[in-house]
Ligand binder design. Structure first.
Ligand code: NAD
Length: 334
């Protein structure tokens, strides 16, 4: 059975700790330890979940009871930590963005290959039940040809200091769009962004990706108070349209609606065919729990994660391109 440690117990790391604790009580893993440079934070969480805490991650490297780690520290530290753990023979789940530049992500993929360690990246939406259902239905042809994709990730709050919305949020969308379109990369990315509060941290961005004429738009903002916390995805197909509210993993909304084209004396006429809408219920599962369960399964059977290092690397390359486009106004071609 598996011993896991979570390194970094801040805003997101706490969720890894809670979820692994649940998996430990269910007998899926053997033990959980936590580590944070901030001793007060590690201690409070350790006491709340009754688990051992440390402040020096090097102790975990030497710990024979630890098989794998979740690295949930600031992204600028992912490279060094992931490298050290893989070289020490531990499997690694590193949060997204995998690293802050593609050169470091390439290195991590190489180290994972050389050491035969599992390298998974926290692209949580690949583990989201409604997204998986949608992908299955798209692949079956139910939605027809994908004509348009649009995603909004909007909230109102203090911006991060270590990265802007492109790396923090857009990295989810660039990966999701490629996943849904069944492509490794789009043909091109163009981004516009605004830097209202800090000169080098964009708090709003519109990322446009082109897939052979099909456009996918991601609107990301920490400066949008009008919608509460909005996180959604709309996929318009030639036969049907789907909508996912990412906060409701148990629902996939389908709109049985399309634009019909008819020929009248050589002229094309468009009309709307609307056969109504319905919600497909999906058994509830928490996306993070699905992700961590998958990680443990990959550790146990040595299989390749569905959000592996290659997926993480591609997402970083696309985020890098999106940021470059925002800064120089040019369209980036792949
Ligand atoms: N998958 C998602 O949906 C999602 C959501 C939020 C954040 N994240 C990612 O999770 C990571 C952490 O983000 P956050 O918002 O939780 O940050 P945070 O600043 O709230 O927490 C980071 C924690 O890491 C600790 N830390 C830093 N260096 C350390 C080290 N060497 N050893 C031990 N502890 C160390 C800090 O003390 C802090 O407690 C980022 O990569 C972020 O992009 C992913």
């Amino acid at each position: 059975m598996t011993g896991i440690a979570v390194i970094g117990t801040g805003y997101w790391g706490k969720n890894h700790v809670r979820t692994y604790s649940e998996l430990a009580s269910e007998g899926v893993i053997n033990s959980v330890k936590i580590c944070d440079l901030d001793e007060k934070r590690a201690c409070e969480l350790g006491e709340a979940f009754n688990i051992e805490y440390l402040i020096d991650y090097k102790e975990l490297i030497a710990d024979p009871n630890i098989d794998a780690v979740s690295i949930v520290t600031p992204s600028s530290t992912h490279y060094q930590l992931a490298k050290e753990f893989m070289k020490a023979g531990k499997d690694v789940l590193v949060e997204k963005p995998m690293t802050m530049n593609s050169r470091e992500s390439e290195q991590l993929v190489k180290i994972a290959n050389d050491t035969n360690q599992i390298l998974m990246v926290g692209h949580i939406f690949r583990h989201h039940p409604a997204v998986k259902e949608l992908k299955h239905r798209i692949d079956q042809g139910e939605f027809g040809k994908i004509q348009l994709i649009s995603s909004n990730r909007l909230s109102f709050g203090a911006p991060r200091k270590d990265m802007g919305v492109i790396y923090a949020l857009g990295v989810h969308e660039v990966d999701m769009f490629c996943y849904l379109m069944d492509k490794e990369y789009p043909d091109s990315i163009h981004t516009t962004a605004s830097y209202t509060l800090q000169p080098d941290i964009e708090e709003t961005a519109m990322i446009t990706m082109d897939f052979d004429g099909t456009k996918a738009y991601a609107f990301e903002s920490w400066l949008m108070p009008a919608y509460g916390k909005q996180r959604d995805l709309v996929v318009v197909g030639s036969e049907k349209t789907a909508k996912i509210d990412y906060l409701k993993p148990q629902e996939l909304q389908v709109f049985d609606i399309r634009i019909a084209e008819q020929d009248f004396d050589g002229k094309t006429a468009f009309s709307v065919e609307n056969e109504g809408s319905y919600t497909i219920p999906i058994p509830y599962a928490e996306p993070l729990k699905e992700e961590l369960r998958h990680f443990i399964q990959c550790i146990n059977d040595r299989s390749r994660p569905i959000s592996d290092g290659e997926i993480g690397l591609r997402a970083v390359r696309m985020a890098e391109a999106a940021l470059e486009s925002a800064n120089n106004g040019r369209t980036f071609s792949f």
